[in-house]
Design a protein around this ligand. Structure first.
Ligand code: IPM
Ligand code: MN
Length: 340
């Protein structure tokens, strides 16, 4: 792609350390010479507390018509009860994921030296628009002793198939192509059966890819005890959410974990964000680790076809061996810039 046409990026710095880490990521991208035309979108907890706005259709479609969206973090400080739980999650983050059909949540992990999974590299492909996140369910007889709460899980053949297919497409780019389906087929028999059958069908089209299956509880053990067995893990929305925090922890901490919320056919902008939260307790103290946001911007550059720039940042991050605590946000960013 031409270095001269600027990519139009919607930036949602968001709350807490979000704006600090997206600023660092944008500085690093700028150093590669890739031109970005950024538009800031003021969204998140602070915005909601100021004027009650979460997201509307016009803003959603404005976001979706960019070339990509870079997001820092969304959420109030822990213990701040002014925002009802789930309001921003469902009203903003999930609304963007569902509204723009960002049906893949791709989360690559590369273990840092000294971490439990040292030497390992693997990725989670999480279905991002269905499962329990679809919000099926409700409450009856609310507040009474007979109260009933149900929470369904939506699994469509279409949704499962496009997710598993994406996992295989990722896998064939690996030196040792392998896809592990993670589910709980022994208990969640209806959804599990669908995932397993679609896995068998799709895998037959990819004879060079090794396939494996694990129950999600077993996967939790293996992620800690034998993470080198993995290439791509593919799983549903909720299992993927939980497993990616565990994967972050064993590969060096959530401060390093990046993610891409993808619309692979590129009908709408895809969204790139660090997995970590807003960490209000360290705002403005230069203690936020920008590496997860920087790696998220690498995923963004790859999606935009800027592979050379992406590779330069990737190498700089891989070579970085500084003390993140001593260096702080600005120090880490300078170290990455120096290596580009
Ligand atoms: C994540 C987050 C979100 C999720 C929350 C904030 C809704 O935990 O991106 O992993 O559960 O998907
Ligand atoms: Mn999560």
């Amino acid at each position: 792609m031409s270095q001269h046409t600027a990519h139009r990026i919607a930036v949602i710095g968001g709350d807490g350390i979000g704006p600090e880490v997206t600023a660092a990521a944008l500085e690093v991208v700028a150093a590669t010479g890739v031109a970005l035309e950024t538009t800031e979108f003021d969204l998140g907890a602070a915005r909601y507390l100021r004027d009650g706005f979460v997201l509307d259709d016009a803003t959603l479609s404005a976001l979706g018509s960019h070339d990509a969206i870079l997001l820092g973090a969304i959420g109030p400080a822990i213990g701040d009860t002014r925002i009802p739980g789930g309001l921003l999650e469902r009203g903003l983050l999930l609304r963007i994921r569902f509204g723009l059909d960002l049906y893949i949540n791709y989360r690559p992990f590369r273990a840092t030296p000294g971490s439990l999974a040292e030497g390992c590299e693997f990725a989670i492909v999480r279905e991002n628009t269905e499962g329990p996140y679809a919000g099926e369910g409700g409450v009856l007889r609310s507040g009474t002793p007979q109260e009933i709460a149900t929470q369904g899980s939506v699994n469509t053949r279409f949704g499962v198939e496009r997710c598993i297919r994406y996992a295989f497409e990722r896998a064939i780019t690996l030196p040792r192509p392998k896809v592990t389906l993670v589910h709980k087929t022994n208990v969640l028999t209806f959804a599990g059966d669908l995932w397993r059958r679609v896995m068998a069908e799709v895998s037959s089209e990819y004879p060079t890819v090794e396939v494996d299956y694990q129950h999600v509880d077993a996967a939790c053990i293996y992620l800690v005890e034998d993470p080198k067995r993995y290439g791509i893990l593919v799983t549903d929305n909720l299992f993927g959410d939980i497993l990616s925090d565990l994967a972050g922890a064993v590969t060096g901490g959530i401060g390093y974990a990046a993610s891409a919320n993808l619309n692979p056919p590129r009908v709408n902008a895809s969204l790139f964000e660090p997995v970590h939260g807003a960490a209000h307790d360290i705002v403005g103290t230069n203690r936020a680790n920008p590496l997860a946001a920087i790696v998220s911007s690498v995923l963004m550059l790859e999606h935009l076809g800027e592979n050379e720039a992406a590779q330069r940042i990737r190498t700089a991050v891989a070579d970085f061996d500084g003390d993140t605590v001593a260096l702080g946000t600005t120090g880490i960013t300078k170290e990455i810039l120096r290596r580009i």
